[in-house]
Design a protein around this ligand. Structure first.
Ligand code: ATP
Ligand code: MG
Length: 253
């Protein structure tokens, strides 16, 4: 990936510049919305405060997320324009590691963008991408924002919704789904309503969930259930908030 942006890899802001470049390229390619640019800026500010690293509580959340995915009957990874621009290969890898579906699901849905994202994901090796049928609705949301595939998110028992807006995260929760949210802001409603909030940059979190999934694959269901039940979501949110407010001074993260 080092050739995709003209910045030396030892530049202190290399990762951040690369991220911005990917989002910008996503906008040019028609897969990311201009709203996505704003979301990216907000995320960066939180990541800066987190120390741009996966804190221990976020790693535990990633492991719990992996266990949920492995226990699930029908896990689905929801993909929006930022996710597609930033981590297309990692989405495909996680789907393969956990036998999950991939579904494009957009806040500002247009048929054209759904198609562009699906094509982009296929370039990165996805065999099937859902989200185009849009023959079911999430109850409690206005028409366009509610559209999902009946045999995708609508049917899923576990959904990974990275960078989701709070409204839809809440509505999915009300459908009884187990929700894994990746969001750098522990105060955002999406993180607050999640069964498993992973407060981390999606660039680090997604490969981390896949790594845990590979590590846990083949584990007995009891082991996975123990991991799921032992996860402390309030504790994870609190630990992330403490890190944001006080920096890396506490031990109990
Ligand atoms: P709500 O409280 O309803 O959830 P919000 O302000 O979080 O509102 P959005 O505008 O959808 O709603 O915000 C996008 C979210 O995505 C922000 O919380 C931001 O921190 C997060 N975000 C942006 N980039 C990344 C990233 N690379 N990794 C993880 N999270 C990110
Ligand atoms: Mg949010």
């Amino acid at each position: 990936m080092s050739d995709e942006v003209d910045v030396p890899e030892d530049h202190p802001r290399y990762q951040s510049l690369l991220t911005r470049h990917r989002i910008e390229a996503g906008v040019e390619k028609g897969i990311t919305s201009t709203q996505g640019l704003i979301a990216e800026g907000r995320g960066e500010a939180f990541d800066y405060l987190l120390g741009e690293e996966t804190i221990p509580s976020a790693d535990r959340a990633a492991r719990a997320a992996a266990a949920h995915f492995l226990l699930a009957e029908h896990p689905v990874i929801s993909v929006n324009g930022n996710v597609a621009a930033l981590v297309p290969g990692e989405v495909v890898e996680l789907a393969e590691a956990t036998d999950a579906d991939i579904e494009v699901n957009l806040f500002g849905r247009t048929e054209e963008r759904v198609r562009a994202i699906a094509a982009h994901l296929r370039e990165y090796g996805a065999s099937e991408v859902k989200g185009l049928t849009a023959d079911a609705r999430i109850p409690g949301l206005s028409h366009e924002r509610a559209k999902v595939d009946r045999d995708g998110i609508y049917d899923a028992d576990v959904v990974l919704v990275p960078l989701e807006d709070g409204d839809r995260a809440e509505a999915l929760g009300e459908m009884g789904k187990t929700e894994v949210v990746i969001d750098l802001n522990p105060l955002s409603r999406s993180a607050r309503v999640a069964t498993v909030p992973i407060i981390d940059n999606i660039l680090r979190a997604l490969p981390n969930v896949a790594r845990h999934a590979r590590d846990l694959s083949g584990s007995p269901r009891e082991t996975l259930t123990e991991i799921v039940e032992g996860f402390d979501r309030e504790g994870a949110l609190d630990a992330a908030e403490r890190r944001l407010r006080e920096g890396a001074t506490r031990e109990s993260e």
